[in-house]
Design a binder for this molecule. Structure first.
Ligand code: BES
Ligand code: ZN
Length: 588
């Protein structure tokens, strides 16, 4: 099937990349990767081939010993530059030599002082949604898949890892050899180079982290093999070989990134309670929903994230119990409401299939894809019952494994296999209309009702006691903070931090909500702590709401941009871009 991906320059009628052999030299001094890459195509190419690139410094291109003409002939701020390879003559393969820019938007080059150990630099990549093109020219659309091999030359004292199978390089040589035998879309290419320790967690799982962090990380995620067993029961066999994880420095923009075989994780998930195990459940589930069956364009992003969130809730139900899963769903329902209100009831951004031909992939990857997508799939499950839906899930994974799929392709498959869904669920409204449908099975949760009762007491002037909240689960505290009045008396801010024992819980996400309340409430003395938070943490989910609250509140508005400018050096290019756009949207 061919369709246009507005976030890429590629023309799929010219042909598709099949395999790439990389040689990558990592240079921490110039903050660049020097790369030689040999591309094999699926079929012979005649004439032109367009590739996506972003600030790539091209050196040469050749094919079969002859020089290949090339030119950057189009450019856009988000799309980057179109690399036009010219006059290919039925060639199946060509080689490009180039290096990345220090401003490559997929790469963060951190100096030693920005790491946990403080002695060695740290490099990591983040290619989703459309940043792979800043590492190598490619067909940077999730509808193209290729296999690859890579030799990575890194400083001898450091370890290179990739989201690929690792072959042993000569010990201590600084040469690392990788192979990715399963075809992946470009956004799942990933590399990191740092001072890393490794711990085995189970027969096919392990974790990498800086030596200072490895013990805590290994403890936090010790139960990963069990999660894999449950995931396989739901989704079918795990087809990627090993499942390892890598803990990044705090500036990593996401909670996790499902790079195949090697999930990248934020260190904010290491809290000493195993309370964020659902993050690994989520990233692991992507090994099927996303990595095996991939959204064909970013407008179909809900196919990745809605399905993954659905799988996450199913696995959580087994591992943590139905009461926890129901509580999380109730919390998510409120998040949906909040997001829809923020974006506007009729905003096309709240549709599951996002109707746009905009070029910025990141603007298509909204929170609604996760939660609304998950609620839609639950409706499908209710319509036919769990056993039939479970059979459908397995068949879906098997039928489309290692393929990319559009929303329409998915709906055709759903109709062919579970036609009753279309009688009981208003599929068209769920997928193509903004907001939430009027009727659906809203989550019911006694644990959430407890939160509502404490909140209603608070709204009548009665603060809860520490005793009352001490056994609350993570999502009860989050729900409580989420549903608080936007602004409260400053005195209450001070007391609540203590009553909720936020310090003791060691979970920065609570502070996201708490600081937003403090800002709206005019609790000005807390500002130095907020500044520290925004400097220290790069996880966008945690810091963007705080920046947004600052930009939207009178007393703090003028401080938002100077704060951003002061911390931008510490952050990943992706985070910098997102912070800037939050401030611009708020007129700051
Ligand atoms: N694939 C996403 C991260 C992502 C999304 C990167 C869009 C770039 C563009 C990842 O799987 C994810 O959803 N992470 C969440 C985890 C959470 C839902 C448990 C995160 O980072 O918070
Ligand atoms: Zn995800």
């Amino acid at each position: 099937m061919t369709f246009r991906d507005p976030t890429s320059y590629v023309d799929l009628t010219q042909g598709r990349i099949h395999h790439i052999d990389f040689h990558i030299r990592v240079d921490f001094e110039s903050c660049t990767l020097a790369i030689e890459a040999t591309y094999q195509m699926q079929e012979p190419i005649h004439g032109s081939l367009y590739l996506d690139s972003f600030k790539i410094e091209m050196e040469e291109a050749h094919v079969n010993g002859r020089k290949l003409e090339w030119e950057f002939d189009k450019s856009g701020e988000v799309l980057g530059e179109r690399l036009h390879l010219k006059a290919l003559d039925g060639d199946m393969s060509f080689t490009l030599k180039f290096h990345t820019s220090p401003k490559a938007r997929a790469l963060q080059w951190m100096n030693a002082s920005q790491t946990a150990g403080g002695e060695h630099p740290f490099l990591f990549s983040q290619c989703q949604a459309s940043n792979a093109r800043s590492i190598f020219p490619c067909q940077d659309t999730p509808s193209v898949r290729f296999t690859y091999s890579a030799e990575v030359e890194a400083p001898k004292e450091l370890t290179a890892v990739m989201a690929a199978e690792q072959a042993k390089g000569p010990e201590g040589s600084g040469l690392f050899i990788f192979n990715m035998p399963q075809p992946i879309p470009a956004y799942l290419f990933a590399i990191a180079v740092a001072d890393l320790a490794f711990r085995e967690l189970g027969p096919r799982t392990g974790i990498y982290a800086e030596p200072k962090v490895i013990d805590a990380a290994a403890w936090e995620f010790a139960e990963t093999e069990q999660t894999m067993v449950e995931a396989e029961k739901l989704l079918g066999p795990y087809l990627w070989g090993r499942y390892d994880m890598l803990v990044l420095p705090p500036s990593f923009p996401f909670g996790g990134m499902e790079n195949p075989r090697l999930t990248f994780l934020t260190p904010t998930s290491i809290i000493g309670t195993r309370g964020q195990a659902n993050l690994v459940t989520h990233e692991l589930a992507h090994a099927w929903t996303g990595n095996l069956v991939t959204n064909a364009t970013w407008q179909d992003f809900w196919l990745n994230e809605g399905w993954t969130t659905y799988a996450e809730t199913r696995i959580t139900e087994i591992l943590e119990g139905k009461d926890s899963a129901d509580l999380n769903a109730a919390y998510d329902e409120k998040r949906v409401d909040e997001a829809i209100q923020r974006l506007g009831m009729d905003s096309p951004e709240t549709c599951l299939k996002v109707p746009t031909d905009g070029t910025d992939a990141d603007s298509l990857t909204s929170q609604l894809a996760y939660t609304k997508g998950c609620f839609f799939l639950k409706e499908c499950e209710y319509a036919v019952g769990r056993p039939r839906f479970d059979d459908f899930i397995q068949k879906y994974m098997k039928t489309f494994q290692f393929q990319s799929l559009t929303t329409e392709g998915f709906l055709d498959f759903l109709k062919a296999n579970l036609p009753e869904v279309f009688e009981k669920v208003d599929v068209q409204t769920w997928i193509y209309k903004p907001g939430m449908p009027e009727t659906w099975h809203k989550p019911q949760s006694p644990l959430y009702e407890e939160v509502e009762s404490v909140l209603s007491d608070y709204k009548q002037g009665k603060l809860p006691t520490r005793e009352q909240l001490k056994d609350w689960r993570r999502h009860q505290i989050l729900s409580f903070l989420q549903d608080m009045p936007k602004a409260i008396p400053v005195e209450d801010c001070k007391q609540l931090e203590d009553i909720l024992e936020l310090h003791k819980r060691n979970d920065d996400y609570f502070y996201t909500y708490f600081y937003a309340i403090c800002i709206a409430s005019g609790y000005q003395e807390i500002m130095p702590r907020i500044e520290n938070f925004v400097e220290r943490i790069g996880r966008m989910l945690y810091i963007l709401p705080v920046m947004r609250a600052m930009a939207e509140t009178d007393w703090s508005r003028d401080r938002a941009r100077p704060l951003f400018e002061g911390v931008r050096e510490k952050h990943h290019p992706v985070t910098i871009g997102a912070m800037d756009s939050v401030l611009k949207k708020a007129g700051v």
